[in-house]
Unconditional design. Sequence first.
Length: 136
Amino acid sequence: MEQQDPSGGESAPLCRRRLVDLVNFEYRARAMHRLGVTAEWRGLDWTDGAACTNHDEATPQLCARCPVAGPCLAAAVTSDDRAEWRGGLDRSDRNCLWAGLDRTYRDVCDLELMRLDIARLPRRDVTLHAQKGHRS
């Protein structure tokens, strides 16, 4: 089924790869937000100050002197940027960083769910009697 364009024309069907990328981005953005990673990267004005702005690609040397490496790294991790260098880390290091962030995010979610489950349990008063020296 094709989507209707607001202008009345037919739009192209959704590309599966783009849809997967969007879902991946939304998940990563939620994880980054929940873990308290700065949201400065969401506004694109920081890109004007990037050391690699007027270069074909980022390099370790450019990243080392970049004044916006933090927001750049957050954006690269969140968007799963395929560039070799972003925010001072290469793609492999960013993947390792994301794996740790993702693991932490899942642990936080698990803890929150456990808290919810415990809070919903009915409370019962249970009195424990000491067995030692107690005869009935």
